[in-house]
Design a protein. Structure first.
Length: 508
C-alpha cells in the first residue's frame, strides 16, 4: 500500500460513529424523497392546476437530473472533497425543497424537483464514499454499512407512511418542507464532526467530454423508460431515446478508455466483484420499485385502505429490512463471503414476491401480504448490506466518490426501468383481462368487479416477472461475486488481497 493510502486509512477517525448519524440522516432524507412525493402528488396536482399529461414531470424531472448527474456528482466529490460536496449538496437540497413547498405553478414545481435531483446527485455519492473512507476496520465497516443498507432499503417504504400522514393531516407542501430540518441538522453535524481522511482527493482535471456523454446518455436512458411507460415501447420517440442512449454510452466507454483523467475509470466497473454488485443490485431494484407501486395501488384501490393505512401496511417490510441488514447481514458479513449473503438474500426476497404473485381481490393482508412483506424485507436487507460495502471496497481513495456514484446509478436506473417495464406488463395484462371478460358482466357491480380483477391480474402478471428478475439477480451475485469474507482474502488469484482495512489501493 502506498504511503498516501496508508496515511489515509491508517488511523480510524475518532468521530466516525457520530459522523455516521449525520450521513445516515442525509441518506434517509434522499431515499424518503423518492416516495414521499408520490403520496402527495394527487393533492399537489389539484392545487397547482397541473394537467394529467404533465403530472409525470413531478417525478420525471427529479429522476432525470438525479440519474443523469450521478457520475458527475461522484467525480465532483472526489475533486472538491467529500465533506464539502456533502454539505453543499445538503444545503442545495434544502433550498430546492423550500422552493418546491412554496410552488405556485406547475413549472415552479418541476424546476424545484429538477434542482432537488441536481443536489441529490452531489449528495448521495458523497455520503456513501464518506462511509467507505471513514470505516476501514472490517467489523466496524460491517456495522456501518448495515445501518446504511437498512436506510437505503427501508427508507422508501417509510416515505409512504410519512407522506400519508403529512398529506392527510397537514398539507402536501409539508412533504417538501420536512426535508429542511433534516438537511440543516445533517449539514451542521457534518460540518463540525466529519474530518475527511487525507490523501483521498482526485485533483485531476474534469473529463468534460465524459461528463457530457454520460449525462446525456443516462438522461436519454431514464427518459426512454419514462416515455415507454406513458407512450408505449413502439413509440418513435421512445425508440429514438434508447438508440441515442446506446450510442452516447458506448461513446462514453470509448472516451473513458482513452482520456488521461477519465470521469469513470474503467477499473472501477471492470473489477469482477464490483461489476457483479452493480448488475445484481440494479436488477433487484427493478423488481422492488415496481412492486412498491403495485402494492400501494392494490391496498388503496382494491382493498380501500387510506394513504396512512397503506403506509403503515409497509412497516413489516421496513422491520424486515432493518433486521436483515443490521442483524443477519452485519453479524455474518465478517464470517462468510458476500455472495453467500447476497445470493440467498435475493432468493428470500423472490420467495416474498412469489407470495405476492398469488394475490386476489379477496386476499387477506395477514395471510398473504404480511408474510410476503417480511420475506421481502429480510431478503433485501440481508443482500443490500454486503452489496453496499463491496461496491466501494478495494477502490483507490481518489475513486471512492465515483464508485459510490455507480451504486446510486444502478439503483436510479434500475428504479426507472422497474417502474416502466413492470407497469407496462401490468397495464397490458389488465387491458387483456378486461377485454376478455367485460362482455359477460351484466350489471354495474359485475363490471366494477371485472375492472378490479383486471387490475389484480395485471399486478400479479408483473410480479411474476419480478420473481424471475430476483432469481437472475441471485444467480449473478453467486456467479460473479467471488470476494472472500473481509480479512479472508479473495477467491480469485490475482485479485486485490484484502486485509482488515478492507480498502487497499488497486494497482494501475
Amino acid at each position: 500500500m502506498s504511503e498516501t493510502a496508508s496515511k489515509a486509512f491508517g488511523a480510524p477517525d475518532a468521530n466516525r460513529w457520530k459522523a455516521l448519524v449525520f450521513i445516515a440522516l442525509a441518506q434517509l432524507m434522499v431515499v424518503l424523497d423518492a416516495t414521499i412525493v408520490n403520496i402527495a402528488l394527487p393533492s399537489a396536482q389539484q392545487d397547482l392546476g397541473i394537467s394529467d399529461g404533465n403530472r409525470q414531470w413531478v417525478v420525471t424531472a427529479y429522476a432525470l437530473a438525479f440519474g443523469g448527474l450521478l457520475l458527475f456528482g461522484g467525480r465532483v466529490a472526489d475533486l472538491w472533497g467529500r465533506k464539502r460536496a456533502f454539505v453543499i449538496g445538503l444545503v442545495g437540497f434544502a433550498a430546492a425543497s423550500a422552493l418546491g413547498g412554496a410552488a405556485t405553478t406547475g413549472a415552479m414545481m418541476f424546476g424545484a424537483r429538477a434542482l432537488q435531483g441536481v443536489f441529490g446527485a452531489l449528495l448521495a455519492p458523497a455520503a456513501l464514499s464518506l462511509l467507505a473512507v471513514m470505516f476501514t476496520d472490517a467489523r466496524e465497516r460491517a456495522k456501518a454499512f448495515g445501518i446504511y443498507g437498512a436506510i437505503a432499503g427501508g427508507g422508501g417504504a417509510v416515505g409512504f407512511i410519512l407522506g400519508g400522514v403529512l398529506t392527510e393531516y397537514l398539507d402536501w407542501r409539508w412533504t417538501f418542507f420536512v426535508n429542511i430540518p433534516f438537511a440543516v441538522l445533517a449539514a451542521a453535524g457534518a460540518y463540525f464532526v466529519i474530518r475527511e481522511p487525507e490523501g483521498g482527493r482526485n485533483r485531476s482535471p474534469l473529463d468534460i467530454p465524459g461528463v457530457i456523454l454520460s449525462t446525456l446518455g443516462l438522461v436519454s436512458l431514464v427518459y426512454g423508460f419514462t416515455r415507454a411507460e406513458s407512450d408505449g415501447w413502439g413509440d418513435s420517440m421512445t425508440i429514438g431515446l434508447f438508440v441515442a442512449s446506446a450510442v452516447l454510452l458506448l461513446a462514453f466507454v470509448v472516451t473513458e478508455a482513452r482520456v488521461k483523467a477519465p470521469l469513470l475509470p474503467l477499473r472501477v466497473i471492470t473489477d469482477r466483484n464490483r461489476g457483479g454488485v452493480y448488475l445484481s443490485l440494479g436488477l433487484a431494484i427493478i423488481a422492488m420499485f415496481g412492486t412498491f407501486l403495485f402494492l400501494t395501488y392494490y391496498l388503496q384501490v382494491v382493498k380501500g385502505y387510506s394513504p396512512i393505512q397503506s403506509g403503515f401496511a409497509f412497516l413489516p417490510m421496513v422491520a424486515g429490512m432493518i433486521t436483515g441488514s443490521t442483524q443477519i447481514g452485519t453479524r455474518l458479513m465478517t464470517r462468510v463471503a458476500p455472495r453467500l449473503l447476497m445470493g440467498p438474500g435475493f432468493l428470500v426476497a423472490a420467495a416474498g414476491m412469489f407470495l405476492l404473485a398469488q394475490l386476489e381481490i379477496g386476499s387477506s393482508y395477514a395471510s398473504t401480504v404480511l408474510p410476503a412483506m417480511v420475506l421481502l424485507g429480510l431478503g433485501m436487507g440481508t443482500a443490500f448490506m454486503p452489496a453496499m460495502s463491496l461496491a466501494t471496497q478495494g477502490v483507490q481513495p481518489r475513486d471512492a466518490g465515483v464508485a459510490s456514484a455507480m451504486v446510486n446509478t444502478s439503483q436510479q436506473v434500475g428504479g426507472a426501468i422497474g417502474t416502466a417495464l413492470l407497469n407496462t406488463i401490468a397495464a397490458s395484462a389488465t387491458t387483456s383481462y378486461i377485454k376478455d371478460h367485460i362482455a359477460t358482466a351484466a350489471t354495474g357491480r359485475q363490471r366494477q368487479l371485472v375492472q378490479l380483477q383486471g387490475m389484480v391480474e395485471g399486478y400479479t402478471s408483473a410480479i411474476w416477472f419480478a420473481v424471475g428478475i430476483l432469481v437472475v439477480a441471485a444467480a449473478l451475485a453467486l456467479t460473479l461475486v467471488n470476494a472472500g469474507r473481509p480479512g479472508g482474502g479473495t477467491a480469485a488469484a490475482g485479485e486485490d488481497a484484502e486485509d482488515d482495512a478492507a480498502v487497499p489501493v488497486i494497482a494501475h
